[in-house]
Design a protein around this ligand. Sequence first.
Ligand code: ADP
Ligand code: NI
Length: 214
Amino acid sequence: MKQMMVDLTEKFVYDQLNSDASGHDWFHIDRVRKLALHIAKEEQQGNEFIIEMATLLHDIPDDKLNEDDVAGWKKLDEWFEEIKLDMDSVEAIKRIINTISYSSGHAKLSSIEAEIVQDADRLDAIGAIGIARTFAFGGKKGQPMYDPSLPIREHMTKKEYRTGKSSSVHHFYEKLLRLQDMLNTCTAKKMARERHEYMVSFLEEFYKEWDVRL
Ligand code: ADP
Ligand code: NI
């Protein structure tokens, strides 16, 4: 029964996101699911069904991918009704999705499942994949790859984070390089090290080539 719900949900999410070009495509979802299940196994904690469902659905209500927040959450509720998921699971999954987003601040997480899903989503935002997603997102948004004249924004409201003027390279300082210190589980912290170092070397090389230092 549970496996059937996972399979149906997988197909629903695939159909919703397979044409996305902002770095929130189906493959992002699938990686986050694999990362989260790996973390759960290593930590020997967390309900696997809740984790798998929450990772599959975590970007469905995102305001970037819907007309607004309300439309996104409605889409999620309609899906839960369609598969007749029990209320306790619905509540647990919605609470996870609602609290894990970087842009909604640093909300206190309510469960180990939320901590694991958030770690998995954050691991997929750093490293080589993180770099690729950032330039893909920036290109889609029409922001410059890099603009040395822009300031790095330290504190931003959600609106500024989404709409303020920035560049993709700035996004490393405004978010990506901070993620390593914002992880919850030991497993994710260990996995983040290599990915973090890779971004640091990428930036060094980027500036070297940008300045045409020969
Ligand atoms: P969350 O869903 O956790 O709130 P976002 O949706 O803001 O996080 O970011 C998801 C990914 O999209 C980031 O990891 C990054 O790769 C990319 N992204 C978001 N905002 C920007 C930006 N201003 N410039 C470049 N890339 C961005
Ligand atoms: Ni995500």
